[in-house]
Design a protein around this ligand. Structure first.
Ligand SMILES: C[S@@+](CC[C@H](N)C(=O)[O-])C[C@H]1O[C@@H](n2cnc3c(N)ncnc32)[C@H](O)[C@@H]1O
Length: 303
């Protein structure tokens, strides 16, 4: 079977869907549908009266949508979770799953520009219908902004030097393709760590292009409002930036991570937080993309 046919291999499938504690009549949301692996597992656990709303901003994902009366596909950004739910007359939800970031399909599709394995156009947009491409960003962003993106989202030590080299190169020859970026970035990567460092460069650009941090923060705030008491927030993260946001949010109930304490010094949070779960050794061998995954579960406290 070709990799394209696989679209995406779901990560921590059982652990994450177990964490949603689905009942026959639950109203569930999967904000990151992708290949639909998690969504199909959720549907398998719902009864006739349950319903699943699944979001994806990438039109490629919609082709994987199951034909099921208990299922609604929402082609949109999960940062508008609250409005989409109101549009569908949903006032409260029992469980929400977010399996963050890009899918295997994004890395394996030679035309999307997410992977340095292929010389594609520098695009990197999950939603191809609009917004700035990676080429636009590299050709137009001020040097300071580029350096900040590489530092914050790629945690790269060479962020300033790389930003300066990008600005120098674009003065004579604008960025169009992956190879243009590789020419500039490779000299900053020690040969023994080249792939890891390039992965960080690409991760940083992808996070900025898709406004992943802002979308995550906005979605979490809205999920807090929509979850019913006892409702479950289940999130799988793949890098330290998003994991820090989710961890702080679950602990404090706000994306700033500001912890409030009561008179007795106990942390006041709208959530009870479960232990962090990581993939088994077996899963990491079978699905190398799961290696960096972390699963966090929070339960909305009662009124
Ligand atoms: C890691 S994949 C999810 C894979 C899925 N759980 C499965 O089993 O196939 C993440 C998916 O979420 C989508 N996505 C990421 N950020 C999004 C956002 N802000 N709004 C809507 N969809 C988003 C991506 O397009 C991608 O298809």
């Amino acid at each position: 079977m070709s990799e394209e046919l696989v679209y995406h291999t779901p990560v921590m499938l059982k652990e994450s869907v177990d964490g949603m504690q689905i009942e026959a009549d639950s109203i569930c949301v999967d904000v990151t549908f992708g290949g639909g692996g998690h969504s199909r597992e959720i549907l398998g656990r719902l009864g006739k009266k349950g319903h699943l709303y699944s979001f994806d901003q990438d039109e490629d994902a919609e082709k994987n949508a199951p034909d099921d009366k208990r299922f609604t596909f929402v082609r949109g950004n999960f940062r508008f979770l609250y409005n989409f739910m109101r549009y569908h007359d949903v006032e409260g939800i029992d469980a929400l799953l977010a399996d963050l970031g890009v899918s295997g399909h994004h890395f394996d599709d030679e035309t999307r520009g997410f992977s340095f394995r292929f010389d594609a156009e520098l695009d990197m947009r999950m939603n191809k219908r609009g917004g700035e491409t990676a080429a636009d960003l590299l050709n137009n962003a001020p040097e300071e902004k580029l350096a900040k993106i590489f530092k914050l989202y790629g945690e790269l030590n060479c962020s300033r030097k790389l930003a300066s080299a990008i600005v120098k190169r674009r003065a004579t020859s604008p960025f169009r393709r992956i190879n243009d970026l590789l020419e500039v970035a490779k000299p900053f990567c020690p040969p023994q760590r080249e792939k890891k460092e390039l992965a960080k460069v690409f991760q940083a650009l992808r996070i900025e292009i898709n406004k992943e941090v802002e979308s995550l923060e906005e979605m979490l705030e809205q999920a807090k409002e929509l979850l019913k008491p006892g409702g479950r927030l289940v999130v799988i993260t793949y890098h330290s930036i998003e994991d820090r946001i989710v961890k702080n949010f679950m602990k404090s109930g706000n994306v700033e991570g500001i912890v409030e304490k009561d008179f007795f010094g106990c942390v006041k949070s709208p959530f009870d937080v479960s232990k962090i779960i990581v993939p088994t050794d077996d899963e990491m061998v079978k699905n190398p993309r799961s290696r960096s995954a972390k699963l966090r579960i929070a339960i909305k406290k009662g009124e």
